[in-house]
Design a protein around this ligand. Structure first.
Ligand SMILES: Cc1cc2nc3c(=O)[nH]c(=O)nc-3n(C[C@H](O)[C@H](O)[C@H](O)COP(=O)(O)OP(=O)(O)OC[C@H]3O[C@@H](n4cnc5c(N)ncnc54)[C@H](O)[C@@H]3O)c2cc1C
Length: 289
């Protein structure tokens, strides 16, 4: 929809341009969320895409994802030798139920900043123990665990004038084995639960629960836990919530089932993913879940 109160759109080319941000001037990335609802308090936008940040940068330390990287770009990233976790990139993109049109504009940073519990880029970043880089308004940089970036339903650690610059996934996480499960009340509905398991090469296991909880919740174990230990961990989660996409008790129940499926999958033999994949986005309904 048109944002009729917005009278300026400023292309950001250097960090100083972010000084325009404030209570009535917001960062603009893909616009798929920003233009979805009235924002009558806004008079201006600062376009982050004009920074021209490289979307995806592979280094020996891991993968850096610019906040302005689109879901389409992330989903199409070819794998690398040893990147056992690579399928998770595409799998998490599929947990955003938009068509190719949305995938081509929606950004990773915009998804984290929007901070819906069902934010699939929050799921991905948390599950792989990514670190986010926040450009604070005062010019300082802050590196934070991605799992702590989203603090509640549509709340984050960002303060007015701050910008999420990038997300860094460590190489060790990309070499882990992962298992992904999502569930929704309807086939193209917003996720009611996204549960991801990560089995590191040194045997440590991390279960990340999102979409079912107000913020990412992680359970960590020194080795793959028994079914009862994992069940006890899931039962101990206290951040389930109820909205149109699922009741809290349903979310808790399905998350326990999905967690056990994940545990059993990772207990089994490893399947090496295809050498490369360039997936295509879905072509389903345009309806906003
Ligand atoms: C059909 C459809 C389906 C959708 N399904 C889902 C879904 O299943 N799950 C889900 O989570 N979302 C969903 N969305 C919402 C939205 O598309 C995504 O959250 C998307 O990733 C937002 O990214 P964007 O780049 O378009 O953000 P924008 O719309 O540009 O911005 C969104 C918000 O984040 C702020 N922002 C953007 N980038 C930054 C940054 N780098 N630093 C600080 N603030 C920033 C903006 O100021 C704004 O407040 C859906 C939207 C549509 C239209």
């Amino acid at each position: 929809m048109d944002l009729n109160t917005v009278v300026t759109i400023t292309p950001a080319r250097e960090r100083a341009d972010l000084g325009l941000l404030g209570e009535t001037v917001a960062p603009l990335a893909g616009g798929s969320e920003l233009f979805a609802d009235p924002r009558v308090h806004l008079t201006g936008l600062v376009d982050l895409q004009s920074f021209g940040w490289p979307a995806l940068t592979v280094t020996p330390e891991g993968l850096e994802i610019a906040a302005t990287c689109t879901l389409a770009q992330l989903a199409a990233l070819p794998t690398r030798p040893g990147w056992t976790a690579h399928p998770l990139l595409f799998e998490c993109c599929t947990a955003l139920y938009g068509s190719f049109k949305v995938w081509n504009v929606a950004t990773v940073g915009g998804n984290l900043a929007t901070a819906l519990p069902a934010g699939p880029m929050t799921s991905l970043a948390a599950a792989l123990d990514a670190e986010v880089l926040v450009w604070r308004r005062d010019g300082s940089d802050e590196h934070l665990p991605a799992a702590g970036f989203v603090t509640g339903d549509m709340t984050t650690v960002l303060r007015t004038g701050d910008v999420l610059r990038s997300i860094h996934i460590p190489d060790a996480s990309l070499r882990a084995r992962t298992a992904f499960r999502k569930i929704a009340l309807s086939p193209i509905g917003r996720s009611g639960a996204v549960v991801i398991g990560r089995l590191d090469r040194d045997g440590r296991f991390t279960l990340t629960v999102t979409a079912a909880t107000l913020r990412p919740v992680q359970l960590r174990y020194a080795t793959l836990p028994t079914a009862s230990a994992l069940r006890a961990g899931v039962d101990g989660i206290d951040a389930w919530f109820t909205d149109a996409h699922g009741a809290a008790d349903w979310r808790a129940a399905v998350s326990a089932v999905l967690a056990e499926e994940i545990r059993q999958q990772l207990e089994g033999p490893e399947h090496v993913p295809a050498a490369t994949r360039a997936e295509t986005p879905p072509t389903g309904s345009e309806a906003r879940p």
